[in-house]
Design a protein around this ligand. Structure first.
Ligand code: NAD
Length: 288
């Protein structure tokens, strides 16, 4: 397929490279020259505007920083510029309302479009092992699926437009809450005289077991190798977790959902991010 790719940063760079590896012809655009140079090294053709990259394509994929940028790129350079038969996929993490608005504008102009945010970080983007949660009509999902599968290990239809973003922020709110809970439990166990490894051995096969404990343990030297074993470098940056929590709390307010623990998690990450935005989000254990 001929695919336009807009936004080749930490995530998009590896995703576009995987589309090339799967045999697609990728037409790339980014505002950054360095990102474009890296894309060329991975076999993408590069262009000087998103509209130019969209000429003659069958699909458009974007991986951009936020909702305002997604809306501006799609309304000025994609909708009406890409061929009408192209399927449009936004993989960025953005607010549910903007995702629905942009998809509605695309549909009114005659396009099929999905929101398809990802679970998995830069390593999964490079390895082609992302999980995509997809919102949109059944027809749009069917057309987006073969493009997404070239970049991921799982592609799941979450329902109507915007539901991909809804799934993503609910998932990451839960992740923040169980990470903080796991950190608290390890610290309290230590205060009470329990060795962290012993607590891990017990809790990982008891009812406190959860992903933050057994797959992403925040305590160095306990469980599998995680960012905690690398002084909390790499992994999922605190700044990105905070971005997702802010989106989640915005959506909670708009929908009238009660999220007292999500709200508290946001407060704790707001405070932690002031001096530690680049550290992995599990480093919040340092504050306890
Ligand atoms: P990034 O800042 O590395 O990349 C974004 C890219 O978009 C940059 O190269 C930038 O130059 C480009 N860009 C900005 N405005 C543009 C425009 N108008 N036209 C064309 N290009 C433009 O960010 P990232 O880490 O790759 O994240 C991208 C998205 O993926 C975000 O929505 C983020 O929340 C989400 N995400 C990131 C991770 C992660 O671990 N980094 C994990 C899951 C989801």
């Amino acid at each position: 397929m001929k695919i336009a790719f807009i936004g080749l940063g930490n995530m998009g760079g590896g995703m576009a490279a995987n589309l090339v590896k799967a045999g697609h012809e990728v037409r790339a655009f980014d505002l950054s020259d360095a990102a474009l140079a890296a894309a060329r090294e991975h076999g993408c053709a590069t262009f000087t505007s998103a509209a130019e990259a969209c000429e003659g394509v069958e699909a458009v994929v974007s991986m951009l920083p936020n909702g305002a940028i997604v809306k501006s790129v799609f309304t000025s350079d994609v909708i009406g510029k890409a061929p009408k038969g192209a399927v449009l996929l936004d993989c960025s993490t953005i607010d549910v309302a903007t995702a629905r608005e942009v998809i509605s504008l695309a549909e009114t102009a005659g396009y099929d479009m999905v929101d398809a945010p990802v679970s998995g970080g830069i390593a999964a983007a490079n390895a082609g092992t992302l999980t995509f949660m997809v919102g949109g009509t059944e027809a749009a999902f069917k057309r987006a699926e073969p493009v997404l599968i070239a970049m991921g290990k799982a592609v799941i239809h979450a329902g109507q437009a915007g539901n991909g973003q809804a799934a993503k922020i609910c998932n990451n709110m839960l992740l923040a809450v169980h990470m903080i809970g796991t950190c608290e439990a390890f610290r309290m166990a230590q205060k009470l005289g329990l060795d962290p490894q012993t607590f891990f051995d017990i809790s990982s096969v008891s009812s406190g077991q959860n992903w933050s404990m057994t797959s992403y343990c925040p305590v160095p030297g306990v469980g599998p190798t995680t960012p905690a074993d690398n002084d909390y470098q790499g992994g999922f940056a605190t700044a990105l977790m905070l971005k997702d929590l802010r989106l989640a709390m915005e959506a909670a307010q708009a929908s009238g959902a009660a999220t007292p623990l999500g709200r508290r998690a946001q407060e704790l990450y707001e405070a932690f991010a002031v001096d530690n935005a680049a550290l992995d989000f599990s480093a919040i254990i340092k504050t306890l």
